[in-house]
Design a binder for this molecule. Structure first.
Ligand code: UD1
Ligand code: UDP
Length: 359
């Protein structure tokens, strides 16, 4: 069995790492194709270094651009590589433009596709990610659903039950494989001048939030109100898209501790000891749930409803009063919930399914 792992952004590197590690452990024939969707050191290389991943065999260096241009360039580049390498299966993870182009390129060449994190739905078609995940799911041959809910969604959409595999989410593998290392390594608390449990952490980068002045201003004001009410530092590592928009909209961030995007071990350590996390990130909603840290989601919907059901997460939208109310409500709760995303062996399960099928 020969597998191609296609990735291109920060969360894909983190969540594909357990799959790549499993391929290495089994001496499985595989290669990594990086589209170059993310390319800044702190959005890309730092994760390869920290997670001790081999350099990608191919890097298309596509970079940033309008959705059509970015996706189209990836499609052209991926097709060339796949024609040359002819893998048995292409693995894509999540819902980015990299995933869409990887899935389409493979489908057109008749190469089997494995979609990792299949069956997530926000039912909000204004999100580019929703389009990407629906399209990727419907042209995939192996749909690796993280939970019972996501598996049922796929079956209800008419996808053949035999193609769907409930395997958990590789985010649990990543957290378990790296949290211990994170806790022993970094002196992050000293560096940031905070104490464990005595600070909050925020991230926001979603296009429908940060590219919209009213919504992003609401988020920033909401974060400032939360910081003011709780009276402890609020650390906000700013994604490059958000940085550009903060400057363009000239938003006042007084009271917030703005920092550059963090490496994974530092971020994981900070996340695990935060009093509260506020975010619009998909991966961060999952990680806080796994780590037992309360989360406020700065969105109107989520494709991770399991976090709402178990009570680790609350949807707050982008209006400041609602953000404050949600922060107070969730932080008053005891962090006692069960992680719905699996046991940390998802990477192993995915590779086993593929080996059983192809060998
Ligand atoms: C992408 C994904 C999103 C995912 C996020 C993870 C799509 C449609 N979006 O959003 O689902 O949650 O990655 O972080 O695929 N930039 C840099 N350096 C980089 C990368 C980007 O400076 O390494 C800046 C550029 O100005 C660029 C902007 O960030 O225009 C947005 O990058 P892009 O990859 O288009 O989308 P993300 O917002 O990162
Ligand atoms: N993350 C990180 N440094 C940061 C912010 C996030 O390492 O400064 C990690 C985080 O632990 C999670 C992933 O990046 O694993 C989430 O990525 P992002 O929020 O960019 O994308 P999404 O999950 O929303 O697609």
């Amino acid at each position: 069995m020969k597998a191609a792992v296609i990735l291109g952004t920060r969360p894909e590197i983190i969540k594909c790492a357990p799959i790549i590690r499993e391929c290495q452990r089994l001496r499985q024939d595989y290669f990594v194709l990086h589209t170059g969707q993310h390319y800044s050191y702190n959005m890309d290389k730092v994760f390869f270094e920290q997670l001790k991943l081999p350099e990608a065999k191919y890097n298309l260096d596509v970079g940033s651009g309008l959705h059509g241009k970015q996706t189209g360039e990836m499609l052209i580049g991926i097709e060339k590589v796949l024609k040359q390498e002819r893998p048995d299966v292409v693995l894509v993870q999540g819902d980015t433009n990299t995933v869409l182009s990887g899935a389409i390129a493979a489908a057109k060449l008749g190469i089997k596709i494995g979609h990792v994190e299949a069956g997530l739905r926000s039912y909000d078609r204004s999100m580019p990610e929703e389009i990407n995940r629906v399209l990727a799911d419907h042209c995939s041959d192996f749909l690796f659903a993280p939970t019972e809910e996501s598996m049922q969604i796929l079956i209800q959409e008419g996808i053949d039950r035999e193609r769907v595999f409930m395997v958990g989410n590789t985010v649990v593998d990543a957290v378990r494989q790296n949290l211990k290392i994170a806790n022993t390594e970094a002196q992050v608390f000293n560096r940031l001048g905070v104490e464990a449990g005595e600070y909050m952490l925020a991230t926001s980068h979603r296009q429908e939030n940060v590219d919209d002045k009213k919504r992003y201003a609401g988020i920033i004001q909401g974060l400032r109100r939360v910081q003011n009410e709780f009276g402890i530092p609020l650390i906000y590592p700013v994604h490059p898209r958000a940085k550009k928009q903060l400057n363009a909209f000239n938003l006042d961030t007084a009271g917030l501790k703005l920092v550059e995007p963090m490496d994974y071990l530092t971020f994981l350590q900070l996340e695990s000891k935060a009093k509260l996390v506020l975010t619009d990130s998909g991966g961060v909603q999952e990680e806080t749930c796994i780590l037992g840290v309360p989360c406020v989601t700065l969105r109107d919907n989520t494709e991770r409803p399991e976090t709402l059901s178990v009570g680790s997460n609350i949807l707050a939208g982008t209006e400041p009063p609602r953000i404050l109310q949600a922060a107070k409500k969730i932080s008053a709760k005891k962090a006692k919930w069960t992680n719905p995303f699996g046991d940390g062996k998802t990477g192993q399960r995915i590779i086993k399914v593929l080996i059983d099928r192809f060998s």
